[in-house]
Design a protein around this ligand. Structure first.
Ligand SMILES: [Zn+2]
Length: 343
């Protein structure tokens, strides 16, 4: 049995996608998620912005007390008002008025947006412009029926804290990470101040694959311009690149060498998601590179986790995310073997 598993496109999984994935420029979506859980106990489907502002601002104020940085932009007029309230400079009513006026400008529109598009399941309808309210949907109330509500609440809080910590520590700023540059087909070392050409990508990846296509085991050449020349392929589709800074699509962990047929032939992979056995193969490849003290070891660990268990969770999370957003309703891709399975 595989260590990895497929997920179903259920409301819980879409909810997790909103909380776990997607670009975070401020923590508003976490506060909104927690506010919706609080209001759910009242069993009402229509929530006015006056009602929503109370728990929403409360959660943000509580987090601001311990973590002053709640976004990548330090100059938020809304957060300034919440800080003023925490300092005793404005009263509770004034703080709520400011929340209603400034606090919902983006978060209600952006909540369901993951990977640059709106997800298939909506948990509320945004009626801010027409009636200063939101309308909770059946999908939102179904979250509770699955007895997973407490888990989902805790996951929201956990993710919020992780994001805060990353902002505060500027995690990754001083790490030299290696990523792939399409134009030069090279691996580039990247840190806060410079980008350094490390090596051509093909030889760096070919050692493990022993001159075979990662997917079908067909023989490939790493000589540039050869008829059977290998192509650098993104296991998780390149279109996921902009979705989350925590998911380095151009990172080494996601790059393999593929034959031209697998990469872009009539039955090629293109933007499809590879099958579960291929996911396991990618995990094993990365574990091999780490355990053999490959020069890319540090990059692989920084990008996907410091322990094998964390890396397994990371790759499963990436697969779940990709299944919902590029693979929903589509068969996973699996080529016909063209040679002996040697890795
Ligand atoms: Zn192939």
């Amino acid at each position: 049995m595989s260590r990895f598993y497929e997920i179903e496109p259920t409301p819980e999984n879409y909810w997790r996608a909103i909380i776990l994935f997607g670009r975070n420029t401020a923590s508003y979506k976490f506060a909104l998620a927690k506010a919706l859980f609080d209001l759910r106990k009242q069993d009402k489907t229509v929530i006015t912005l006056d009602e929503l502002a109370v728990p929403y601002a409360h959660h943000l104020c509580e987090h601001l007390k311990h973590h002053p940085k709640q976004g990548t932009n330090d100059k938020s007029a809304f957060l300034e008002q919440l800080r003023a309230f925490n300092n005793g400079d404005i009263d509770h009513d004034e703080m709520l008025q400011q929340t209603i006026r400034r606090g919902f400008n983006y978060v209600l529109d952006a909540f369901h947006n993951v990977h640059g598009s709106t997800i298939d399941t909506a948990f509320f309808v945004n009626e801010r412009k027409t009636g200063n309210r939101i309308h909770l949907t059946d999908a939102f109330f179904k979250l509770g029926e699955q007895k997973q509500l407490a888990d989902l609440e805790q996951e929201t809080e956990a993710r919020w804290r992780l994001v805060e910590a990353a902002w505060e520590n500027n995690i990754s700023r001083n790490l030299m990470l290696v990523e792939y540059e399409e134009s030069s087909q090279c691996l580039i070392g990247v840190n806060a101040i410079q980008r350094t050409n490390v090596t051509s990508a093909r030889p760096a990846l070919n050692g493990y694959q022993k001159g075979r296509c990662f997917y079908c085991f067909r023989e490939i050449s790493i000589v540039h311009g050869a008829p059977d020349s290998a192509e650098v392929d993104h296991f998780f589709p390149h279109m996921l690149k902009q979705c989350d800074h925590n998911k380095p699509i151009d990172g080494v962990a996601n790059l393999v060498l593929a034959c031209q047929e697998c990469n872009r032939g009539p039955n090629g992979k293109f933007e499809r998601l590879p099958s579960l056995p291929l996911l396991e193969r990618l995990f094993n490849r990365n574990e091999y590179l780490i355990s053999s003290h490959h020069p890319l070891r540090e990059t692989l660990m920084a990008q996907t986790g410091s322990t094998s268990k964390k890396r397994e969770e990371y790759i499963q999370e990436a697969y779940n995310c990709a299944t919902l957003f590029v693979g929903a309703g589509k068969r996973k891709w699996q080529p016909t073997p063209q040679g002996e399975a040697i890795f």
